[in-house]
Design a binder for this molecule. Structure first.
Ligand SMILES: [Zn+2]
Length: 439
């Protein structure tokens, strides 16, 4: 399917004009945040900055950074810029302290989310004629809804199949003649494998020929694998709930960087140590501000995602919006397992809830076929009989699921079993990279 522009006027806009729009919107967003959100007023007063000090786009650097912990501290309604009655939807992600980070949308915010997501989907080839299957769990997480709102703007026929029930997903694809799909790429690979086990060849017997995938490390190897199995052109979408959810950026048909929608988001790339901007084409942490968000404006949010911002004035596709690389890594120890964000500190929190477990543990992430599997090895305080080990493991599996939303396999081992190399404990062993080619 071919890349096309959902909003040609905006996607091709002259960069000088685009920057004028950015400045005007940034000024308004800073002003509204200062006037209506005590958190921003306090933080700006702390560094001696007033909204009228923002005269150029570079002046954004005068503003303090914002982090995830600021969202948690102001949970749930502390960062709202509008009365609750003007908010029409919320989404939330799990948190390390039991407090989720919650984001809010006005009707207009949902419209903008649909618009940016529609641009991403159009860039991946989705048209009004398509049958679009959305096998992402519908719930508090942003993922499924972002795709849904974008596809609705385009006018595709949406099959909201939600997550799970892999064989049923294949049956729906075959019965409805699905042509476009979404989700995380490992699940799409798992779907292909399931189809083959059902005697269905996805590249011949199914009609899916394009897809847009997010929330995972996206490599050229994976894109090729998708092409081999599905005869599909796979695109990568980036986003985070603090901005809207998926829809912040996507790669065009050149597959050489993701276009970020600069009329709605302002992008900076910083050295995570110093907080200073890195040179163009140098790896750094993405810092993003919302320019049009009404319910919950976000200024200078440290994403902790590492990437390269490209110094290209205009892409061969005709779009003028800035491009960044796929996400190369994280500045913290977050791991992504089957699209779920997991921090080792969340595992520690679960382990602390039972007195028989020790503090020494190791997280092993691997692939079973194309699916991510996470095993947590935990040393018990003293050696336990087998049945007690199983009971304790079951307890931890439930607790970790409660905190992270993902159920791992827990293995209780005797004290002293987990050997740590060096002084600093290496908590996460990620074996997935070596397994990409497996079936
Ligand atoms: Zn392009």
């Amino acid at each position: 399917m071919k890349d096309y522009m959902f909003n040609e006027k905006m996607e091709r806009m002259d960069r000088r004009k685009l920057r004028e729009i950015q400045l005007e919107r940034l000024k308004r967003s800073v002003h509204v945040s200062y006037e209506n959100i005590p958190y921003y007023r306090r933080k700006m007063k702390d560094v001696g900055v007033k909204p009228e000090d923002i005269k150029t786009l570079d002046d954004i650097r005068k503003l303090p950074f914002m982090e995830k912990k600021d969202l948690r501290k102001n949970y749930p309604f502390g960062l709202l810029a509008v009365p609750v009655e003007d908010v029409v939807e919320l989404h939330a992600s799990s948190g390390t302290t039991g407090k989720p980070t919650t984001v809010f949308y006005t009707l207009n915010d949902l419209d903008v989310w649909g618009e940016v997501m529609a641009r991403c989907l159009a860039m991946s080839g989705l048209t009004k004629k398509d049958i679009f299957q959305n096998p992402i769990p519908y719930g508090l997480f942003t993922g499924a809804f972002g795709f849904h709102y974008g596809a609705r703007k385009i006018g595709a026929l949406i099959v909201p199949s939600s997550g799970g029930e892999t064989e049923r997903q294949i049956t729906l694809m075959r019965d409805y003649g699905t042509t476009f799909m979404s989700g995380v790429i490992s699940y799409a690979l798992h779907l292909a494998k399931t189809a083959i086990n059902m005697g269905i060849d996805p590249s011949k017997d199914l009609k899916v020929r394009a897809g847009l995938f997010g929330a995972e490390t996206f490599t050229e190897g994976l894109r090729k694998r998708m092409n081999d199995l599905w005869d599909m052109d796979a695109h990568n979408v980036y986003g985070l709930s603090e901005m809207c959810g998926p829809g912040v950026s996507t790669d065009c048909d050149l597959h050489d960087g993701l276009h970020l929608w600069e009329d709605h988001f302002y992008l900076e790339c910083i050295d995570p140590q110093t907080g200073e901007p890195v040179e163009p084409e140098e790896k750094g942490e993405l810092v993003i501000s919302t320019l049009t968000k009404e319910a919950m404006p976000i200024l200078r949010y440290r994403t902790k995602d590492l990437a390269i911002v490209y110094d290209v004035k205009e892409c061969d596709c005709g779009r003028t919006h800035v491009k960044h690389s796929t996400i190369i890594g994280r500045t913290d120890d977050m791991i992504i397992v089957s699209g779920t964000n997991i921090f080792p500190s969340q595992i520690e929190e679960a382990l602390m809830r039972h007195q028989k477990g020790g503090v020494n543990y190791r997280i092993i992430v691997d692939k079973n076929g194309f699916l991510d599997v996470m095993t947590v090895e935990v040393e018990s305080l003293k050696a336990l009989p087998e049945d007690e080990k199983r009971k304790l493991a079951g307890y931890y599996e439930k607790e970790i699921k409660n905190i992270t939303g993902f159920r791992p396999r827990v293995k209780i081992v005797d004290p002293g079993t987990i050997k740590q190399e060096g002084i600093k404990a290496k908590r996460v062993l990620d074996l997935r990279k070596d397994r990409l080619g497996d079936m």
